[in-house]
Structure formats: C-alpha cells, structure tokens
Write a protein that binds this ligand. Structure first.
Ligand SMILES: Nc1ncnc2c1ncn2[C@@H]1O[C@H](COP(=O)(O)OP(=O)(O)O)[C@@H](O)[C@H]1O
Ligand SMILES: [Mg+2]
Length: 316
C-alpha cells in the first residue's frame, strides 16, 4: 500500500504536490483575502469549481453564501431574472417578487461558471452591474446594491473566446483582475498517483475498508492522458473501488481511451444490440465534439434541453 498522504500537499480541499499546484496555492493564498475578481481558465474537470469554493472558504466572506451558477445551463431568456431576480408582475407567472443569485450571494461569493456561454446582451448588463455596483431586478425601478465577490470560469481559451465573439473583451478585462490558469492533470504528472491514492484512501475511510491498488493499476494510471482531468480520475478510482474486493485494479488505458466509433464522414456506427445507454452516450459525446463543446448547439441538435444535456454529462 502506498503511503501517499505523507507527501501529498494541500490547500483547503485542493490536493496536489506538483509544482503547478504549489504555484496555484501561492496565488490562491494571495488573492483569497482580497475582493478581487478572479477568472479561472482551465479544462473541464481540472478543479475550477473546487478552487472557487476554496477561495470563498479562505476569504472573509466564508460565513456567507457561496453561490455557483452555470451560465450555460440557464436558458437565455431566463438568465437575467435568474441573476438579478424579478419584481412581482414583471412577466407572466411572476406572482411574487423573487431575488436572484446576486442577492443570494450577498456578502458572499458568486461563481459564474462557463462565462463564455452567457448571451452577449447579458454580458453587457453584467459589465454595467460590476462597474456601477448595483443592479435592477427585472421589472424593478429601485437599484439594489451589490456586495459579492465574483469568480468566473471557463473551459475555453479566453483569447479564442474573445476572438470568436463569445466573450466581450471589455467584460473579460473587468473579470480578469486576477486571472488563473488551472493546469490539466497531464501537466501535473506527480499528482496523478498521489490523487488516486488520496481518493482511494477517502473511500476506504468512509466505508471502513482497506482496499489498495495493484501494481498494474498504478502503471495504468501513469500511462494515460486524462482528458477528463481530476474528475475522470476520481470517478475511475471510485468505480474500480466498487468493483474490487481487496485489490483495486485499473483497466488498461488503451481499452478506455478507444473513444467513440466515429466514421470519417461524421457518422457513428454501433453493432446491433449495443446497450441503449452506451449508444446514447456515444451520440451525445460525438455531437458535443462536433460542435466543439458548445452545449447549446449540441442540445438543440439532439432535441433535448441544455439542462438534460448537463445531467447526462454529469453522469458520464
Ligand atoms: N486538486 C484537487 N484535489 C482534490 N479533488 C479535486 C481537485 N481538483 C478537482 N477535484 C475534484 O474533481 C472533481 C472535478 O472538479 P471541479 O471543480 O468540478 O472541476 P471543473 O469545475 O474544472 O470542471 C470534483 O469532484 C472535485 O472535488
Ligand atoms: Mg465545473
């Protein structure tokens, strides 16, 4: 059994001993106690939301709410009311006044995830709110003062998002008072094994078990590229843990990284008798890939709601 915990460094709930993580801890330590807006740029599963929570927990706002909002999961026409709330009677169905995420997070931290998915006109409004320090509820005439620390995140390249017109440059500059690039797991080589052992240890502690990795499992962990980053690693360890009685095995990475069966002309093919759930997953992932990760386009092509798409992706 590896004794990983001894060499495993941490900052709050964040674990990792790589140089990249140590640099990150130092940045977080500096910025946590300020009210500066932080902009996190990193692939999906690298820990952006956990970093946002960690910043909140280490700030003077820790005893107030941390509110996480996924900008890509809220339909465009509802996002303004979701963020800023609405007054009674401001639209059909608005039977009473309702506060939005900005008010829920008052005194605390608001985490705007997938900021590049926010519609452009909302980005204009958000910028105005940040600059004026107040907003109006939908249908409201009285300004409401803002007291939130804002953390925004994206899994796209910020530069490209601006070039492609998904993120307004003026908003980007306003958000990026303190930009942090969150490194993918493949650049944190040292952390893969340490994190795997940490996750296994947590599962053991929770259930009072003493399962441990086989030697091959550790080799397999090292020789894989982790496109899904820490999330993929954590889920993989969890699955292997459940399957193991005593020795935790990890499948050969080749079997896992085979990818969906996409033919060159952009069609998918599966053998007759493929489990519906598997076919559905392949179709969703291939479509997402086709639309370069754009969830709105993917959901609309698949004829499902963005929320349903999110739920599926979460499962995967
Ligand atoms: N450095 C880390 N230490 C421990 N757990 C981590 C770390 N980074 C990510 N995780 C875990 O991996 C999963 C994905 O992290 P999350 O913050 O949701 O990523 P992102 O928002 O970048 O997609 C979560 O379960 C999170 O707790
Ligand atoms: Mg996330």
């Amino acid at each position: 059994m590896m004794t990983a915990e001894k060499s495993l460094k941490r900052f709050g709930q964040l674990y990792g001993s790589s140089m990249a993580m140590e640099t990150l801890y130092r940045q977080l330590e500096r910025v946590a106690t300020t009210d500066a807006t932080v902009l996190l740029e990193g692939e999906s599963g690298t820990g952006k939301e956990l970093i946002a929570q960690t910043l909140h927990a280490a700030s003077r706002r820790a005893d107030r709410h941390f509110v996480a909002v996924n900008c890509g999961a809220i339909p465009a026409h509802l996002i303004e009311a979701a963020l800023f709330g609405h007054e009674k009677g401001s639209f059909t169905g608005a039977v009473r006044q309702q506060s939005g995420y900005f008010e829920h997070a008052s005194g605390g931290t608001l985490f705007l995830d997938e900021i590049t998915e926010m519609p452009c006109d909302m980005q204009v409004k958000l910028l105005r709110v940040l600059e004026s320090g107040s907003f109006h509820r939908v249908g409201g005439s009285e300004p409401v003062g803002v007291d939130v620390r804002l953390i925004a995140a994206t899994n796209r390249s910020l530069q490209r998002a601006v070039q492609e017109g998904r993120l307004r440059q003026d908003l980007m500059y306003r958000l990026a008072v303190f930009p942090i690039r969150v490194p993918p797991l493949r650049e944190r080589d040292r952390d893969i094994e340490l994190l795997a052992c940490h996750f296994l240890q947590s599962l053991n502690a929770e259930a009072g078990t003493a399962k441990h990795f086989s030697r091959q499992a550790l080799t397999a962990l090292r020789s894989y590229g982790w496109p899904g980053n820490v999330r993929e690693l954590k889920n993989l360890v969890h699955r292997a843990y459940i399957l193991a009685t005593d020795v935790v095995q990890i499948e050969q990475p080749a079997a896992r990284s085979a990818g969906p069966p996409i033919l060159s002309n952009g069609t998918l093919s599966f053998p007759v008798g493929t489990a519906l759930a598997d076919a559905q997953r392949e179709l969703i992932m291939a479509t997402l890939n086709h639309f370069r990760g754009n969830k709105r386009l993917t959901a609309s092509a698949l004829g499902i709601s963005v929320k349903t798409l999110y739920n599926r992706l979460k499962e995967y």
